[in-house]
Design a protein. Structure first.
Ligand code: GLC
Length: 744
């Protein structure tokens, strides 16, 4: 490469003149960067441009069905703009050196990875974390994930997952924020802010990626990758708001989903990727597909070959091809044959280069691949402490009828039984990326560390997680009989949720139900601790076990967090963000359903119900107990009539009526009783998490705005309609106090 040429390139992209680091403005770009991008673009060949639109996985980690052996040769040939599943200061530096030193234009690579709930320090799975209803804690965990990921050479995380999920058969419910649109939107915002921190360009910020756009959580039959089909009203009212909230929070990138939506796969869906995402929402970042999604438009049956799939995706508004290689294989030829406008490629390249400039990679391609920073950042004590705190906050107390909990730390003989007790790997859940499960604290270890020296902790495995072997059963029963109290740990294996992990049954797998029944028969006081990534139909447990704790998969500090709750060092305050059904036959079952014309009446055959099951969930959305109790006063409104320019203040006195300090998530729901289209029986519109000392009361006040009362009306315009509204306040979506007002 001769010197003159290098000087021309350096001048063109402003390397010489621009030493200061660029932090993208709120709109996601700035004019100086735009100029530098255009100056580089004019130097690029068509093949080099197409190379920037290509994302390949390294062989460091595998997160999908295909892998390419020669990705390093592809980098060298200028055929790759980004690599995922590669991390570590040293390894990313090595790959970056290939791109920067051995390609003609020295354009740096982007490094992406699924940093979903922590990078090295693993936090609770997102569904578990959402049960904390603590937005600040969720922002902090994403912030810590970004600090660790960016210290290991990563620029980009494929998170937050913003898919609303109402079907627990779908394993990816574990990766999201549950069934509610309002809460899911707030959590999406918090996670984007956490990942992107003070702004792209900061050394501890990573590009967020809003996924999976769109409505992936609505797969038919809860079966992963299946079809989604819905009205535009349901799409816009239920599924789109969390993605939009993430975009509005400044998310730098968006990922297309595997599913077809209303007949068109997301990766070829212009309505989603251009009309809604860019024209309605003014998204200025870039769009990447999910793993080989462009190729999958052939089996979807909407493209017959590589060229038509590639053209369909690019024209829909997809900028980057993850792992299919279809852009590389076909776009150049389509342009040369006059079948595709090169300007579409230029637009996509611009959006990707913008992010590389914003990250400061043209000033210093290796600025994130710093081994010193890596050593001093990863798994710091403060991060582990935050992970323990986040884990405790995620725990949901489902039952404690006889107040067995909190346990005394000086129990004489405490049995810890069950397949999850010593299941170290399972504790960090699915999508735990670079997390080292060998560093996770098991439930057994957490309990042993918490009890007094005089306590004898007995252990028995009881069963495997998911097979019918009974070889551990007898010993478990024997162990229980020797104990004063039993902590019985049951649940799913970590990878029974996450991607490609749908289940047709929600029962405890293997012979765990039999184990529970056998242990219950011993007559000992039993506390069931659940480790799972989705709601389970634990009806028998609910009927026969007096203390039940939902702990999800809590991450690196799982065992300590669980012990903190079991022994009362932390009073649980988690609330479910997904409905627990009684039976898989009730699905989809969610709190904000429609009333129907024949709402359930037990005394009237011809009403909406089952012959063989209740309509009611086992545990409703928003449900969770505490070691103390809370009482709710009447709901008081400052007006009982409002115009369409006014707000209404809603107040409820909440009292800690128990003996221990505790936190309560006070939830506000509304119901629009009559509309030009039917409205749900309840809709979450706000919440406040408050701490109350024993006997303390607090007037909790919310303001309901016109936006809160708005919906997609019959003509699909978004706004309010006059009429009567009911307002509900409570500690879950079922047990609420009510008031009413009229919107004139
Ligand atoms: C996977 C997942 C997606 C992930 C991507 C890269 O198939 O669907 O969530 O970000 O591939 O690993």
């Amino acid at each position: 490469m001769n010197r003159i040429y290098l000087i021309v390139i350096a001048a063109a992209i402003g390397l010489a003149g621009c030493q200061e680091k660029h932090t993208a403005s709120a709109s996601g770009s700035n004019s100086k960067i735009d100029h530098r991008v255009d100056s580089l673009l004019v130097l690029m060949t068509l093949e080099e441009k197409v190379g920037q639109l290509t994302l390949f996985t390294s062989d460091y980690d595998v997160t999908g069905p295909t892998i390419r052996e020669n990705y390093k040769e592809d980098i060298k040939a200028g055929k790759v703009g980004a690599i995922f599943n590669a991390f570590g200061a040293d390894y990313t530096r090595k790959l970056q050196e290939i791109a920067v030193k051995e390609t003609r234009l020295h354009i740096p690579l982007l490094f992406g990875y699924d940093v979903i709930h922590g990078h090295r320090t693993i936090f609770p799975i997102p569904l578990g974390e959402s049960a904390s209803w603590d937005l600040a804690a969720m922002e902090q965990s994403a912030r810590i994930a970004a600090e660790e990921a960016s210290a290991e050479g990563l620029h980009w995380t494929f998170a937050p997952m913003c898919d609303i999920a109402r079907d627990p058969r779908w394993g990816r419910m574990a990766e999201g924020a549950g069934e509610d649109t309002y809460l899911g939107s707030r959590i999406a915002e918090a996670r984007v802010k956490g990942f992107q921190g003070k702004g792209i360009g900061e050394l501890d910020a990573v590009l967020a990626c809003v996924k999976h756009f769109a409505a992936y959580g609505a797969v038919q039959a809860g079966r992963d990758y299946h079809t989604t089909d819905m009205s535009d009203r349901v799409l816009r009212e239920v599924y789109l708001p969390p993605y939009k909230a993430a975009v509005d929070a400044g998310a730098a990138t968006v990922m297309t989903s595997f599913n077809e939506l209303n007949g068109i796969p997301a990766s070829g869906n212009k309505y989603l990727m251009t009309d809604i995402l860019r024209k309605e929402w003014n998204f200025t970042g870039f769009v990447v597909t999910d793993y080989t999604s462009i190729m999958e438009m052939i089996p979807h049956g909407i493209a017959e070959d590589t060229a038509s799939a590639a053209a369909l995706a690019l024209e829909a508004g997809v900028d980057m091809d993850m792992q299919a290689g279809f852009y590389n294989d076909a776009l150049g030829k389509l342009v040369k044959e006059g079948k595709l406008k090169e300007s579409l490629i230029d637009d996509a390249v611009r959006r990707i280069l913008q992010k590389k400039f914003e990250l400061g990679l043209f000033e210093d391609p290796y600025r994130f691949s710093n081994e010193e920073r890596e050593k001093t950042t990863v798994m710091k004590k403060e991060f582990l402490d935050a992970a323990r705190d986040g884990a405790r906050k995620s725990i949901v107390l489902l039952k404690n009828d006889k107040n067995i909990l909190p346990l005394s730390k000086s129990i004489k003989r405490l049995a810890v039984i069950g397949p999850m007790a010593d299941a170290r790997r399972e504790m960090i859940g699915s999508w735990s990326a670079a997390g080292d499960w060998k560093k996770a604290v098991t439930i057994l270890e957490g309990i042993k560390a918490a009890v007094s020296p005089g306590t004898q902790v007995l252990y028995a495995k009881g069963s495997n997680i998911n097979d019918d072997s009974t070889k551990y059963l007898a010993q478990a029963i024997q162990t229980a009989k020797q104990a004063d109290v039993v902590v019985l740990t049951v649940g799913e294996a970590a990878l029974m949720t996450g991607e490609a992990a749908s289940r047709a049954s929600l029962n405890l797998p293997g012979i765990q139900q039999r184990l529970v029944e056998e242990i219950q028969k011993t007559g000992k006081p039993v506390v069931v601790v659940l480790s799972n990534g989705r709601p389970l139909t634990i009806n028998w447990i609910d009927q026969h076990i007096s203390s039940v704790v939902e702990t999800w998969f809590l991450g690196t500090q799982a065992g300590h967090a669980i012990a903190d709750v079991l022994f009362g060092d932390y009073n649980p305050a988690g609330k479910l963000t997904v409905t627990f059904p009684r039976s898989v036959g009730q699905i989809p079952l969610f709190y904000n359903m429609k009333n129907t014309g024949r709402p359930m009446d037990p005394n009237n055959k011809y009403t909406s119900k089952y012959l063989d099951e209740s309509n009611e969930p086992l545990y409703p959305f928003g449900y969770g107990l505490s070691y103390t109790t809370f009482s709710y006063g009447d709901v008081v409104l400052d007006k009982n009539k409002i115009s369409q320019q006014e707000e209404v203040k809603v107040t409820c006195k909440v009292t800690n009526s128990g003996k221990l300090a505790g936190e309560e998530v006070v939830q506000l729901y509304i119901r629009d009783l009559v509309g030009s289209v039917t409205r749900p029986v309840k809709e979450l519109r706000n919440f406040q998490k408050i701490l109350l000392q024993p006997g303390e009361s607090k007037d909790v006040t919310f303001t309901l705005t016109q936006q809160d009362l708005s919906f997609y009306r019959k003509d699909m315009s978004f706004g309010v309609e006059p009429g009567k509204f009911e307002v509900y306040i409570g500690g879950n979506s079922r047990d609420v106090k009510k008031a009413a007002f009229v919107l004139q």
